[in-house]
Write a protein that binds this ligand. Structure first.
Ligand code: NAD
Length: 478
């Protein structure tokens, strides 16, 4: 595990940062020390090394799977593909998953995986070999399965990798009826759920929108309620960052800054998110985008730009004691896991910036993964049973209203009102409700406990209370 000194120039390692946030919240809960220690501890850590033949040579790959908490099963959490992967990072991310699941009432323990590679250095075939071998290692040690541990995508991985893992699992465990539930974030054709790909970014949008809808909270920040016209900057245009930026723009926000590894682009009048993505795809860099008024070669410049809402959506520790004083945004939405160091957190609280914490804000992914897992266990697509029934019921109701009033409903209104839910409608609606309800649970705790002055501490209190109560039911703790 990383020591303080190993923690890439920051005072605390990532896992220590999460523990620090936990310790700050623990005094506001009712549990004795032993139970709190049990909640905090990582229950199982599997560190592995396996050989894979790459371009004729054997390469030894370092990888991890951590199950932070078994208080509820299965464990749940993504698999990161990055050269930055180490045991401390995977433990931190697994522990965040435990608190995240509790925050959004998803009945799982936290888990996380990591493969220490730069996926861009490998061909698709090599990546497949590495992924399948990693999956085989998990299967051998019972670190994957619909009832034990269910991975998902994270930084550097996506649908394609999840598909390979499922295929490896089903070939090594033939005949297992619920096998599709061993992994989420899969392609639809392999049992994935519609809406999972965009779920984390969409959840980020719903969460920030909920915060911005509270007139009292927005007045304290000197801002209007609502998303319309808010100036938003996003760091990292991967799965989470792109979708968050897209939904903000679709709902009337102005995207004033975007960044990728190669640098940042700005335009106070707004950047067109899809045009920027197209440019990146065609030319290999967002810096070639013609609609920017300013372009710099520093990826971190976007963090300090003039905006209302800042969305770090790349990696951890990007805002620290050095750049936190320069942040101009009044709201920071933590789309990435752990983008703020503890020092940055303290500085921003003192500055009056509202930080919407990762363990709540990026929980859209695990929420919809939960929906996907339920779909896999029930073996039926959402909406399949009720869509036609509801459409008929709505149509009958409209006809009754028309005959009672003597007025007819327009064709456009008829198709809007009569529409029965498709899978994606139900997934979006379940996600929206989850993000609204969970935000208000956290906000209420912050409001009712006068000594808590930030949403992160309130979110930890909320999560610890839920996890603590489920441990109490075991009867071990006094
Ligand atoms: P991704 O691999 O799809 O995208 C990450 C993007 O960030 C890449 O395009 C990369 O080039 C860019 N990037 C990396 N370093 C950067 C930097 N310094 N400045 C600007 N851009 C940079 O990963 P993702 O799935 O979008 O994950 C991003 C973050 O969100 C991670 O912290 C991850 O743990 C978290 N997260 C992801 C999910 C999910 O469903 N994928 C769910 C919850 C949390």
């Amino acid at each position: 595990m990383a020591t303080k000194k190993q923690a890439v120039g920051h005072e605390y390692s990532f896992f220590q940062s999460v523990e620090r946030s936990f310790d700050k919240a623990a005094p506001f809960t009712k549990y004795e020390k032993g139970l709190l220690e049990q909640i905090k501890a990582c229950n199982s850590v599997y560190q592995m090394r396996f050989p894979v033949k790459i371009k004729g040579e054997v390469k030894v790959i370092e990888a991890y799977r951590v199950q932070h908490s078994h208080h509820k099963l299965p464990c749940k959490g993504g698999i990161r593909y990055s050269l930055g992967v180490n045991q401390d990072e995977v433990m931190a991310l697994a522990s965040l998953m435990t608190y995240k699941c509790a925050t959004v009432n998803v009945p799982f323990g936290g888990g996380k995986g990591g493969i220490k590679i730069d996926p861009k250095q490998y061909t698709e075939e090599e990546l497949e070999r590495i992924t399948r071998r990693y999956a085989a290692e998990l299967i051998k040690k019972n670190f994957i399965g619909p009832g034990t541990d269910v991975p998902a995508p994270d930084y550097g991985s996506g649908e394609r990798e999840m598909g390979w893992i499922l295929d490896t699992y089903t070939s090594m465990r033939p005949g297992e009826i619920d096998a599709a539930g061993c992994i989420t974030g899969k392609p639809i054709a392999q049992g994935g759920v519609r809406g999972r790909k965009e779920a984390t970014g969409l959840g980020v949008f719903y969460g920030v929108r909920e915060m911005c809808s509270n007139a009292d909270d927005m007045k304290k920040l000197g801002m209007n309620t609502g998303i319309e016209g808010k100036r938003v900057a996003v760091q990292g245009l991967g799965n989470v960052g792109y979708h968050a930026a897209y939904f903000f723009q679709q709902n009337g926000a102005i995207i004033v800054g975007l960044s990728e590894m190669e640098g940042s682009i700005f335009n106070p009048k707004g950047l067109d998110v899809d045009a920027v993505m197209k440019c990146k795809k065609e030319t290999g860099s967002i810096l070639n985008y013609k609609g920017a008024t300013k372009t710099t070669k520093k990826a971190s410049d976007v963090l300090e730009c003039d905006c209302d809402v800042l969305i770090p959506a790349a990696l951890e520790n990007v805002i620290d004691g050095a750049n936190a004083p320069k942040i101009k945004a009044k709201i920071i939405g933590e789309a990435a896991n752990g983008p703020l160091t503890p020092e940055a957190d303290e500085i921003l609280i003192k500055k009056g910036v509202v930080v919407i914490p990762d363990m709540y804000l990026n929980a859209g992914g695990v929420t919809v993964s939960y929906f996907e897992w339920l779909k896999n266990l029930s073996h039926v697509r959402y909406g399949r049973m009720e869509k036609r029934f509801q459409e008929n019921a709505h149509t009958n109701m409209l006809s009754a209203v028309e005959s009672l009033t003597g007025k007819s409903v327009s064709a456009a209104d008829r198709s809007r009102i009569a529409h029965g839910p498709d899978e994606v409608d139900l997934v979006y609606s379940g996600l929206e409700d989850t993000m609204i309800v969970s935000y208000n649970e956290i906000r209420e705790i912050k409001k009712s406990m006068k000594k808590i002055n930030d949403l992160r501490t309130a979110a930890f209190v909320n999560a610890i209370n839920k996890i603590g109560d489920s441990y109490l039911q075991l009867g071990i703790f006094p």
